[in-house]
Design a protein around this ligand. Structure first.
Ligand SMILES: Cc1cc2nc3c(=O)[nH]c(=O)nc-3n(C[C@H](O)[C@H](O)[C@H](O)COP(=O)(O)OP(=O)(O)OC[C@H]3O[C@@H](n4cnc5c(N)ncnc54)[C@H](O)[C@@H]3O)c2cc1C
Length: 497
């Protein structure tokens, strides 16, 4: 039986980054991935020569000197990526109550651009951007220059509500809604979403926003190559079913075919609740397991991947967020009769053309409840009624897109769809949750998951730690590897690179 220093369960961005950092420091790592393809949400798929992302539509903070740029340089991956900066004067177009509002890149540009629509709200916009910046500054890993972490009062920081904050800076309800108009990006819930979550994500995107040309799979491929160059092992078609313990430590991971992989330490890139499910409750601790498995998860998404007729539709270097109702907090919990009442839509960047788009991706929330009927089915074998359901839903979403982009229907060659069940089955996220555990300012510390667990040689990484998204998961991976290599050592290296 092979034995490794560190066995990593899952090859999502979190697992690959840990594999990269640890293998280059001399650890003998093995990544076990249940799917045929590595990458988790970084995976893309191709249809009719069109590449579709499944979970990385755009990313942030990659300009020189910015936060993800520093991390990606440290990981050694920046130079290998093909990036396209989005429209600096409007990378997000928020359509609310029929009117379009633009989010621009750069703090001043952001304020000046929105001030054109809200001329009496310049002060509120300035306060908004200052607060976001100040919050980012309080997180040592989002601001590598912080001198004294002890000045950060996490209890206050994690307990602030996004919607309450927006009400303190302006009485203008339209502006309050517009500022939260990209909340599909973090699955915002008005009485739960903490301000810090919005701040870390939105401020990083305002700093700079980027698309990965020809899709996000390249990120996974580059990382895998580096891991293999460092003598790391990546095994696909290896689903971990059980973690076997001796003397309260994990000694082996048992796969679905009963093969066992031995390790000194284990990092789980899968959802924490699923990980604890692989363990005997007597080892993981009943209370801990109950707390983790009881945590609420974010909503899942229904997505339409549209193949466009050749050269009929322009490439849009920005995203569209549209809300049909009178607030942007439309959620999957809304009455299904209203569905869909919002969407996020964009054209992926390709190396084929700057001018025309070959595809379009549109997504909206989908309640897991509406999928209960197919809960016990698996990808590709859910039956005809599921296909009919998906078609009906896709057509409803396309109707709403047609309202925003008149004529788009005539440009569609064909389309494909996914539901939260697709994500549940591919990435293992509970109920197809898009971004994992829901952060809640009412119970902030309960919804925080740390890399260290009750078991001394088991660690978590990935979107359920820290924050979801490429930046959040990168920082989470550094936190996890800090448990092995020391945070001071890693921080020095990141700053040095
Ligand atoms: C629809 C959607 C849109 C998104 N858009 C953006 C965006 O525009 N920008 C952005 O920054 N972020 C976006 N995100 C979020 C981002 O993609 C994720 O936060 C991030 O990729 C998650 O990485 P991860 O490493 O935590 O896990 P995952 O990518 O979920 O990977 C987990 C891996 O573990 C494997 N696995 C699970 N169970 C087992 C097991 N038992 N044995 C072996 N392997 C297992 C899975 O197959 C998978 O490969 C989006 C997410 C979704 C769902």
């Amino acid at each position: 039986m092979s034995k490794y220093d560190v066995v990593i369960i899952g090859s999502g961005l979190g697992g690959l980054l840990c594999g990269n950092m640890l293998s280059r420091e001399g650890y003998k790592v093995c990544i076990l991935e249940k799917n045929k393809k590595i990458g988790g949400c970084l995976q893309v798929f191709a249809r009719d020569k069109c590449i579709f992302n499944t979970g990385l539509n755009y990313t942030e903070g990659l300009a020189d000197g910015q936060i993800l740029n520093k991390y990606f340089k440290f990981f050694g991956i920046l130079e290998h990526l093909k990036l396209k900066q989005m429209d600096k004067d409007g990378f997000e177009i928020i359509t609310f109550k029929g009117k379009e509002y633009r989010f621009a890149q750069g703090e001043e540009n952001f304020v000046n651009t929105l001030a054109k629509d809200f001329p009496n709200e310049r002060e509120a916009l300035t306060l908004y951007i200052q607060k976001l910046k100040q919050i980012c500054h309080q997180f040592p890993l989002y601001n590598l220059d912080i001198e004294d972490e002890s000045k950060t009062d996490y209890e206050v920081l994690f307990g602030e509500s996004l919607t309450d904050f927006l009400k303190t800076i302006t009485k203008n309800e339209t502006l309050q809604n517009v500022l939260a108009g990209n909340n599909l990006l973090y699955a915002g819930v008005p009485d739960k979403t903490p301000l810090y979550l919005h701040a870390l994500i939105t401020f990083s995107f305002i700093s700079s926003s980027w698309r990965m040309i020809d899709g996000s799979q390249r990120l996974a491929t580059v990382l895998a190559k580096m891991i293999k160059n460092n003598n790391g092992t990546i095994l696909t078609h290896c689903e971990v079913k059980q973690l076997i313990t001796e003397n309260k430590k994990i000694v082996r991971a048992r796969l679905s075919d009963n093969t066992e992989i031995e390790g000194d330490a284990f990092i789980s890139n899968t959802h924490p609740a699923n990980t604890l499910f692989m363990l005997d409750e007597n080892v993981s601790g009943k209370l801990y397991s109950k707390r983790i498995s009881g945590l609420e998860n974010t909503f899942g998404m229904f997505t339409v991947y549209i193949v466009l007729k050749e050269k009929t539709f322009p490439y849009m270097n920005y995203n569209h967020y549209l809300y049909k109702g009178d607030n942007v907090w439309t959620s999957a919990s809304d009455a299904e009769g209203k569905w869909p009442d919002s969407f996020f839509l964009y054209t992926p960047a390709t190396s084929k053309s700057d001018k025309f788009a070959d595809g379009l991706i549109a997504m909206t929330y989908m309640k897991y409840d509406v999928l209960k009927k197919w809960e016990n089915t698996f990808v590709e074998s859910r039956g005809n009624d599921y296909l009919i359901f998906k078609k009906e839903r896709a057509e409803k979403l396309i109707e709403l897109i047609e309202e925003k982009l008149p004529g788009i229907k005539s440009k569609i060659k064909t389309y494909y769809t996914s539901t939260p069940l697709t994500y549940r089955d591919y990435t293992g996220t509970p109920q197809g949750s898009a971004y994992g555990i829901l952060k809640n300012f009412n119970t902030p510390f309960k919804t925080l998951v740390m890399p260290k667990t009750k078991i001394s040689n088991l660690f978590f990484t990935g979107q359920n730690l820290n924050i979801h998204g490429i930046l959040g998961v990168s920082i989470g991976a550094v936190m996890t590897c800090g448990e092995f290599l020391g945070m001071d050592y890693l921080m020095k290296k990141i700053k040095g690179s």
